[in-house]
Design a protein around this ligand. Structure first.
Ligand SMILES: Cc1cc2nc3c(=O)[nH]c(=O)nc-3n(C[C@H](O)[C@H](O)[C@H](O)COP(=O)(O)OP(=O)(O)OC[C@H]3O[C@@H](n4cnc5c(N)ncnc54)[C@H](O)[C@@H]3O)c2cc1C
Ligand code: SF4
Length: 433
């Protein structure tokens, strides 16, 4: 599992003393937010937690969330010089979470006198990153969010055992103190889009990827009992873990389809919440699986079974209830797509039936291009919003976009950092215009 364990003060100080304070810190370079890691660790060593917190917050306003949920082995900790010396890297994420949970913010947000207001659509990491950056430049910012909470996917679907809501709430409270106005349960539809265009000097789109990829297979009925999308299941499970919903009823035999982090999160949660047999079916092999190694190891530790080169080609549903799936074996072809080996059905091996109570499909999310369409913003085949990558500006000059709606899938820290860069760009555009 990633760095979800919280450090005590004594442990944090011991860990901070291990830092070599490298001059050209490779950890900072590997962090998408470019947090001054040796700098904050030095302040922490000097017991200046508020100073350490300010330094992190400057580059990473979602500092508590990122400290707990960043894939640190692939980012800052993976680049730590101690790895090369054969030692365990500094637990940078855990130190960041320790600081973020213990410091008082001292930041001023003075009005810049320009009386220009920006509308941010979506309160996920990209929208929040954009909003705080614009507040720092003294602009008025209003965030419009269709759900009833702030944080986007972070607050709704990431399992709370690795990202508790207290961390999200603490980061969000700091953003509220910055004077960002939040309008919850406001979906930007065609009519609202017209109003935003009239009322605001610039608009930022940070709507992420909100549509589940359609799962087409023989016999499929998405309304049948036992058929669940991974995002729907994770959202329900998070509410349950926070005492806001009943236990999701998956039954004892659960099939999860997919090989990304969302599939792994769903499989881990199904096991943690009591299902006896959880089987992940993935079309390729473990080498191609896009999910993080730490998530895979956690799933395997809990007893999740993995069947490689396997996919489902039919489901059997009786009286609106799932009964079983038909598993098709796959084989590698000579072709490669996106650097990964491609697969096709292996007709030489017979298909087989697998009884199950639930089938959770995690085939990825897609862009809901309607917001872009309302504004006349161009997309790449309705899959991503098209922007100039140096300015995050779309083809409509007063509209900017970033986060997963532009990248097509990423991490919290990347989406937040992109949103911040877009915020700086919007600010410059407004000040110059
Ligand atoms: C199960 C799961 C686990 C993950 N775990 C991790 C992890 O451990 N670490 C990590 O770094 N990343 C993780 N990620 C990825 C991370 O959550 C995303 O990279 C990040 O949330 C993307 O930010 P965003 O702002 O682009 O979009 P989102 O977080 O999707 O936010 C977009 C917001 O826009 C709102 N919106 C959409 N349309 C409208 C509209 N028309 N009007 C108003 N509001 C609208 C949505 O309701 C949403 O709140 C995970 C993702 C998933 C699905
Ligand atoms: S923001 Fe994430 S990647 Fe950057 S230093 Fe903090 S934990 Fe590491």
């Amino acid at each position: 599992m990633r760095n979800s364990s919280m450090l005590k003060r004594s442990e944090a100080l011991v860990e901070a003393r291990r830092c070599l304070g490298c001059f050209e810190s490779p950890c900072t370079q590997a962090c998408p937010a470019h947090v001054d890691i040796p700098g904050f660790i030095k302040r922490l060593r000097e017991d200046n937690v508020d100073g350490a917190g300010d330094l992190i917050y400057e580059s990473c306003p979602l500092s508590y969330v990122c400290g707990l949920a960043c894939p640190t082995p692939d980012l800052c900790e993976g680049a730590c010089t101690l790895n090369k010396l054969g030692q365990t890297p500094i637990r940078i994420g855990a130190l960041q979470a320790y600081v973020a949970s213990n410091y008082e913010l001292l930041e001023n947000y003075d009005d810049n006198g320009k009386r220009k207001a920006i509308a941010v659509i979506g309160a996920g990491p990209s929208g929040l990153g954009c909003a705080i950056q614009l507040r720092r430049m003294g602009f008025e910012v209003e965030v419009f969010e269709k759900s009833n909470s702030i944080g986007g996917l972070v607050d709704r679907v990431i399992p709370s055992y690795r990202l508790p809501s207290t961390a999200v709430t603490q980061d969000v409270n700091r953003l509220k103190e910055a004077g960002i106005k939040f309008h919850l349960r406001v979906e930007i539809d065609e009519e609202n889009a017209r109003i935003l265009l009239e009322d605001f000097n610039a608009i930022f789109i940070g709507t992420g990827l909100s549509v589940d990829k359609e799962y087409r297979v023989e016999g499929m009925d998405r309304e049948a009992e036992g058929i669940l999308s991974a995002l729907g299941y994770l959202e329900h499970a998070r509410k349950y873990e926070e005492g806001r919903a009943d236990l999701p009823q998956l039954g004892n035999q659960v099939i999860v389809i997919g090989g990304g982090n969302v599939a792994l999160d769903a499989a881990i949660l199904a096991k943690r919440l009591g299902s006896e047999q959880v089987i992940v079916l993935y079309r390729r092999s473990r080498d191609e699986m896009p999910g993080w190694e730490s998530e895979y190891l956690e799933a395997a530790r809990l007893g999740v079974e993995f069947r490689w080169l396997s996919s489902v080609n039919a489901v059997t549903i009786k009286k609106k209830k799932l009964q079983s799936v038909t598993v098709q074996r796959m084989k590698f072809t000579q072709n490669k797509k996106g650097g990964r080996r491609w697969v096709e059905r292996n007709e030489a091996v017979p298909t087989y039936q697998l009884s199950c109570d639930s089938l959770i499909y995690a085939l990825g999310q897609e862009l809901d291009s309607s917001v872009a369409d309302y504004f006349g913003v161009e997309t790449l085949d309705k899959q991503r919003i098209q922007v100039d990558h140096s300015s995050f500006q779309t083809n409509v000059p007063k509209i900017f976009a970033a986060g997963e709606a532009v990248s097509g899938g990423s991490t919290i820290v990347n989406s937040m950092s992109q949103g911040m860069a877009a915020g700086r760009s919007i600010g410059r555009w407004l000040l110059e215009g």
